[in-house]
Design a protein around this ligand. Structure first.
Ligand code: DGT
Ligand code: CA
Ligand code: CA
Length: 568
């Protein structure tokens, strides 16, 4: 079964090749379709079956036909034809920094490099430096970037693209009437940014019928093992799902056990032993007597600690804090009332300011900052001073209406020397300035850190965009000295951003926790480029919670007028 990711990658490759061939408009359509499909929360097979392909952004008749062909036969003629002319593994190469389609094609033409294996061989023999346009320095870079790609690449899926799918399975199970209870467990319940598989726990008086129903669901592509207490299946989304049916009196213990993580569980079990108790997935026992089991909270309480929210269960000090009743009161998902990072079609977004604002309002948000790119990022159609001044006037006009408020924002390039990409008089117009490193990143750690600190010290930025610049599964984060960066933020009252875009999930939760010790506050953003991305704000909040943040640590819990006071 074709996954959304497969399909999107193929469409992207078609766009790449057509671009190489200098075709004018077509690549853009394929690119848009790829972007739409890669960020869908629904299975493309389902959308196809419901006859809704043409409703997807960027999908016209001809692309819809290609998709249909691919979903039905596993082949896409357009792709196969182009691939005959360009037998290059663009899908993998594009994940390696600095190996976009043009450069990959140059290497193919000069050295016949088709895939990673060929690339490695050529690197070992030092052949790349001799290719026109490459040289010794870029050979070294490709070597480094390949290495970093090999270490970060993984088969784990992103929470942001799987959690809605999981919840829709759970809804169907609940509606079937065959279960008294159905809940999500495992890494998904902990809201970890990547997941290995899906874990579902249930109570049922008819376990056989329940498991039958489950294994015949549309989402299931294969059955790995099937039994009345545990069934494992393959899902169309490209991962497996474990479902376990448990007795009512053990459900809390099972939720605790199968939520994990493993290290958290191991420590709890040791604490149980030290109290003369035994803890497993069936309950907490003293000899043969059940001390707790039905209810998860009770397990924690009987072990001498307060309830630990799933997001914290990583064995990074939460158990010790819970024993002293000193867990933070985590910021609530519903306490986030604004989005502080989103794009419109004025730069590289797909939807208009009005469409985005309306959708954000429908989600219950009170304000949204449109932080379009600045001119230093031409690939993202960044705006210059003049275009920003016009856009800002448009936003002021928009804000005269009742309803959701829009903040005049910018995702501002921090230039190579640490200076900022727009004039001071333009910067003064903005309500919210996000400083960002996107280009010229091939500096050593010290220079890069100083460059960022210079921007932080300028007094002109509110927050630092996706601070590590990692892309999960594709590239490692920048080698910044985060102690120095955090110190500078703390001294200058500059926030750090938590970018909820699934591939980014940046700042990562362990660095969030570290920043909290520097008394830094945070801004949360969906980094939306289209309406469907607005849901990513929730994942930014999940990371905030996993980083132990409380309401007071997160700017997005403040009202619109309060946020305006942060203006620089
Ligand atoms: P994943 O699937 O890799 O994203 O991560 P998890 O945490 O969902 O791990 P998974 O699906 O292998 O197992 C679900 C939970 O079951 C895990 O978080 C803790 C528990 N568990 C699994 N294996 C062990 C084990 O060997 N010992 C203990 N104490 N707990 C385990
Ligand atoms: Ca799991
Ligand atoms: Ca599992």
């Amino acid at each position: 079964m074709v996954s959304n990711k497969d399909l999107a990658e193929k469409l992207d490759t078609i766009a790449d090749i057509l671009e190489l061939e200098g075709v004018k408009w077509e690549p853009r359509a394929y690119r848009t379709a790829a972007l739409t499909i890669s960020s869908l929360s629904e299975d493309i097979n389902k959308i196809y079956k419901e006859g809704k392909l043409l409703e997807l952004d960027g999908v016209g008749k001809s692309i819809a036909n290609s998709i249909k062909e691919y979903l039905e036969s596993g082949k896409m003629s357009k792709y196969e034809e182009l691939k005959k002319k360009y037998p290059i593994d663009f899908e993998t190469f594009r994940k390696i920094r600095g190996l976009g389609p043009k450069r990959a094609y140059s290497l193919y033409k000069a050295l016949g490099i088709k895939d990673i294996g060929d690339l490695k061989k050529a690197l070992d023999k030092g052949k790349i430096r001799n290719v026109e346009g490459f040289g010794e320095k870029s050979e070294d870079e490709i070597r480094k970037n390949l290495q970093s790609f090999m270490t970060v690449k993984s088969d784990r899926l992103l929470l942001g693209y799987t959690v809605d799918y999981a919840n829709s399975i759970i809804e169907k199970l609940r509606k079937s009437g065959l279960f008294e209870k159905v809940e999500l467990a495992g890494s998904m319940r902990r809201m970890k940014e990547t997941i290995g598989d899906m874990d579902i726990l249930a109570i049922s008086r008819k376990p056989e019928v329940g498991m039958d129903f489950f294994s015949k669901m549309d989402e299931v592509t294969d059955i790995v093992v099937k039994g009345p207490t545990k069934t494992t299946v393959e899902l169309s989304i490209g991962t497996t799902c474990d479902i376990r049916i448990l007795p009512k009196e053990s459900f809390g213990a099972a939720m605790q056990y199968f939520t994990g993580n493993k290290n958290h569980n191991v420590k709890l079990r040791k604490i149980a032993i030290s109290k003369g108790l035994k803890l497993n997935e069936y309950g907490l026992f003293k000899g043969k007597i059940t001390v707790a089991g039905k209810n998860e909270e009770e397990i924690y309480n009987k072990l001498g600690m307060e309830f630990i929210p799933p997001e914290l269960r990583e064995n990074t000090g939460e158990i010790e804090a819970a024993q002293k009743n000193k867990l933070p009161k985590l910021v609530g998902y519903a306490e986030i009332i604004g989005d502080l990072h989103a794009h419109t079609k004025d730069s590289d977004g797909i939807n208009s300011l009005e469409e985005m604002a309306e959708a954000a309002s429908k989600k219950g948000l009170k304000y949204i900052a449109f932080t379009n790119h600045s001119k230093g990022l031409p690939v993202a159609n960044g705006l210059d001073d003049k275009r920003f001044s016009e856009l800002n006037k448009k936003i002021e006009k928009f804000n005269e209406k009742e309803g959701i408020k829009v903040l005049k924002g910018v995702e501002l390039e921090i230039l190579k020397d640490g200076s900022l990409d727009l004039k001071d008089e333009t910067l003064k117009q903005f309500d919210f300035v996000i400083g960002a490193l996107h280009q010229n990143l091939k500096m050593d750690s010290k220079d890069l850190t100083n460059r960022l600190i210079k921007a932080i010290n300028s007094g002109k930025i509110n927050t630092v965009a996706h601070p590590t610049d990692r892309i999960i599964g594709q590239r490692e984060g920048l080698k910044l000295d985060f102690d120095k960066v955090m110190e500078a933020c703390s001294n200058n009252n500059v926030l750090l951003e938590i970018d909820g875009y699934p591939e980014r999930s940046d700042l990562p939760f362990d660095l969030v926790k570290k920043a909290k010790d520097y008394a830094i506050r945070f801004s949360l953003g969906s980094d939306s480029h289209r309406l469907e991305h607005l849901r990513f704000l929730n994942f930014a909040c999940a990371i905030a919670r996993r980083g132990w943040l409380e309401k007071k640590d997160v700017i997005n819990t403040l009202g619109y007028n309060e946020v305006l006071k942060l203006k620089r």
